[in-house]
Each structure stands twice: as structure tokens, then as C-alpha cells.
Ligand binder design. Structure first.
Ligand SMILES: C[S@@+](CC[C@H](N)C(=O)[O-])C[C@H]1O[C@@H](n2cnc3c(N)ncnc32)[C@H](O)[C@@H]1O
Ligand code: SF4
Ligand code: SF4
Length: 356
């Protein structure tokens, strides 16, 4: 049977240079504020001066992107619901006919249920940081995090809104991974998890101390395999990450998607600060056009990552390299936590094949 993913990868590998001339903005992620009611110890937005995108600028940017053909928008933060004009920005997107994904910690969503029912998003994606208040306290530094978020999730589901849940696993909550998985899958909604922590955008790298130790990482991955979670498959599909090709930027960034921060900075993606230009100085179209400089770049064929046998399963890219090593976005270098993950998946897939 024809494997559609493999065919897609093959065609991409062969034609990515031509593809980079056929770019069309379809989806945007809009960080409308970096402010948040939680103070998560792992948050990549920590230590930044608090900003809210002004409503008139947000509307103007949304209008311009719609003229460029935008179809979907992810509204995120910080915590987007703490923006004083959250409803107006959201409604503007809704009235423009955009499909909306709303990323939230869930804490204030009870206040918006009627509004969201009247203007339904495609999905609300809520992060779950534990299954009790004590674990939330250790990650998010709030006292009643789980109680409130749990109550709100039930209210949102009762209201018929479409949810999806996710978690980020670190030293503070890894022992609850199974309970978090049971809790989230119990709602019968999509659930995903991440075991890697990015460095913070201010490069203070404080959260790296919260990354899973090798021992805890192995213990959790073995648990995941035993549980035969549906999500284990999403790790295996790293094979489809499109990383096994010569193109430095082989994801959708700059081809179909972009990221906007709360200062009006427009980037290839959330973490590609090196590619940022501001709408004070340029139109979104001009900034979008400037991204083309990255799309024809090739990987260094003598580089360690290019020649790595694990690369098929590796989620490292030029941007995660930048976040870890402060490079210029034009190179891929090994990132320890990605190596750990890729090796584990490689070996698991290999032993699964041998067992057959
Ligand atoms: C910045 S938050 C914004 C939306 C909302 N406040 C929330 O927590 O879901 C988006 C997602 O990024 C995750 N995140 C934050 N810092 C991270 C880091 N250093 N590494 C990996 N994921 C991180 C959060 O846990 C959350 O799932
Ligand atoms: S809830 Fe989200 S934005 Fe807020 S501190 Fe936590 S990860 Fe960061
Ligand atoms: S980050 Fe590590 S596992 Fe991934 S391609 Fe580079 S060397 Fe290989």
C-alpha cells in the first residue's frame, strides 16, 4: 500500500527549492500577551517585561494576514485570557471567518463560556501540569491550580466546546505522568505530551535544571511503552518529521505559517528571534517575503546531525539549536535532550522490528 507520508517526504526532499517559491500564508500563531496569572518554573516567557498587544494593532495585523489568505489562527500567550481586550481580538478573528485554536492554562475559562459558545473555536487547548493542587503549586506556583482548571474543564465539556489537552513533563511532575495520562484520556479528547524543555527566551536557561534526568526520562519512556499509550505512536511518527532531508527549514515555518509576538514582532516561528522584524517598520507581507532567505538554506552535509543515524527520529532543528546554543538560525548542532529522545525511539523501533 502506498505510504502517503513517505511519498510526501520524498516529494518534499526532491522539490523543496521549488516549493520555497510557492509559499502561502495559511496559519498564524498570535501571542497576544506574555502576561500570565501562573508563574510556571519551566515557562520560556519568564523574566520578560509584561506586554499586551494594543487592540487596534492586533486588528490591523489580523486584517492584513486575512488579505494574504490566512485560514487559521492560534491565539496564545502568556495567558491570552488575561489580555484586557481578549474578547475583542478573539471576536475579530471569529468575524473574519478564521478557524481559531485557543491555547490556555484553563484557569479563567469559566468566565468566557457563554462567549465561546456563541463564537466557538475549532478547539481550546489546555495545558495540564499535574492532577492535584500540590503538583500545580510545584510547577505553576499557584495554590488552587488543579481544583480550578479541573472544574473549568468539566464546565467547558458540559457546554459542548471542543477541547484538547496536553502536558509538559519535567522533574516536578514526572511521577504523576500516568495519572495525568489517565486524567486527560478520561475525557476522551485528544491528548499529547512533551518531555523536552526549551531554554527560556531570555536565555537565562534557568528551566534547564527542571529537565528530566536521564534516569527519570528512561523510567518514564519505559512506562509509556508498557502502557502502550496511543501517544507512543506520535513519538514513533517522528519518522515523519520530515527531518531526513537536505533542507534546513523543512517544517511549515515561512512556507505556510508565521508567529507574531505581543510587541508586534513577526517571526518564522515562536522561537526564531533571529528572523524577527517589527510591524512598526514593515508590513506583514514584507516580513513574510523576508523569510524566503531561510527557505533555500541547506544542511551542512559534513555536520554531525546530517550524518547522524538517529536523525529520522530527531526533532532537533535550526531553531531548537538556536535556543540551546545561541547560533544564528542557519545551522543544526546536536542538542542533548533531542539526542536522548531520538536514540530512545530509534532503539525502541529497532527492537520492535526484531521482535516481529
Ligand atoms: C507558553 S504556554 C501559553 C498558553 C498557556 N498559558 C498554557 O500554559 O498552555 C504554551 C505551551 O508552552 C509550554 N511551554 C512553556 N514553556 C516551555 C518550555 N520551556 N519548554 C517546553 N514547553 C514550554 C506550556 O507548558 C504550554 O503548554
Ligand atoms: S501558564 Fe503558560 S504562559 Fe503561564 S507561566 Fe505557565 S506556561 Fe507560561
Ligand atoms: S540532535 Fe543528536 S540525535 Fe538529533 S540529529 Fe543531531 S546528533 Fe543526531
Amino acid at each position: 500500500m502506498l505510504n502517503e507520508e513517505k511519498l510526501k517526504n520524498f516529494l518534499f526532499k526532491k522539490y523543496y527549492k521549488r516549493l520555497s517559491n510557492h509559499r502561502k500564508l495559511r496559519s498564524a500563531t498570535f501571542e497576544i500577551s506574555n502576561a500570565c496569572n501562573f508563574k510556571c518554573i519551566h515557562c520560556y516567557n519568564q523574566n520578560l517585561a509584561i506586554k499586551f498587544i494594543p487592540l487596534d494593532i492586533a486588528k490591523r495585523m489580523i486584517d492584513e494576514m486575512c488579505e494574504m489568505g490566512l485560514e487559521t489562527i492560534t491565539i496564545t500567550g502568556g495567558e491570552p485570557t488575561v489580555h484586557p481586550n481578549f474578547k475583542e481580538i478573539y471576536k475579530h478573528c471569529f468575524d473574519k471567518g478564521l478557524k481559531i485554536a485557543l491555547f490556555s492554562n484553563g484557569y479563567f475559562l469559566d468566565k468566557y463560556i457563554d462567549f465561546l459558545k456563541a463564537n466557538p473555536p475549532e478547539r481550546i487547548e489546555i495545558s495540564i501540569y499535574g492532577v492535584d493542587d500540590a503538583t500545580y503549586k510545584s510547577v505553576c506556583l499557584v495554590n488552587d491550580g488543579f481544583s480550578v482548571v479541573n472544574k473549568n474543564i468539566h464546565m467547558l465539556i458540559d457546554a459542548g466546546l471542543t477541547l484538547s489537552l496536553k502536558t509538559v513533563i519535567m522533574e516536578q511532575n514526572w511521577k504523576q505522568f500516568e495519572q495525568i495520562n489517565d486524567y486527560c484520556t478520561g475525557f476522551n479528547v485528544p491528548f499529547r505530551f512533551d518531555l523536552n524543555l526549551l531554554a527560556s527566551k531570555d536565555f537565562s536557561n534557568g528551566q534547564q535544571t527542571n529537565r528530566l534526568t536521564d534516569k527519570d526520562y528512561l523510567s518514564i519512556m519505559n512506562k509509556i511503552k508498557k502502557l502502550k499509550l496511543k501517544n507512543w505512536l506520535s513519538f514513533l511518527t517522528r519518522e515523519n518529521m520530515n527531518n531526513d532531508n537536505d533542507c534546513l527549514y523543512s517544517c511549515g515555518a515561512g512556507r505556510i505559517s508565521l508567529f507574531i509576538n505581543c510587541l508586534g514582532g513577526v517571526r518564522l516561528c515562536n522561537f526564531a528571534e533571529f528572523s524577527e522584524k517589527n510591524i512598526k517598520d514593515f508590513s506583514i507581507k514584507e516580513i513574510w517575503d523576508s523569510f524566503s532567505q531561510y527557505l533555500n538554506l541547506e544542511k551542512d552535509k559534513s555536520g554531525e546531525c546530517y550524518n547522524c543515524k538517529y536523525k529520522k527520529f530527531c526533532s532537533n532543528c535550526a531553531v531548537s539549536t538556536y535556543m540551546e546554543h545561541r547560533t544564528n538560525g542557519k545551522v543544526i548542532l546536536p542538542v542533548e535532550q533531542n539526542c536522548r529522545e531520538a536514540k530512545f525511539i530509534y532503539n525502541s523501533v529497532k527492537s520492535a522490528k526484531n521482535d516481529k
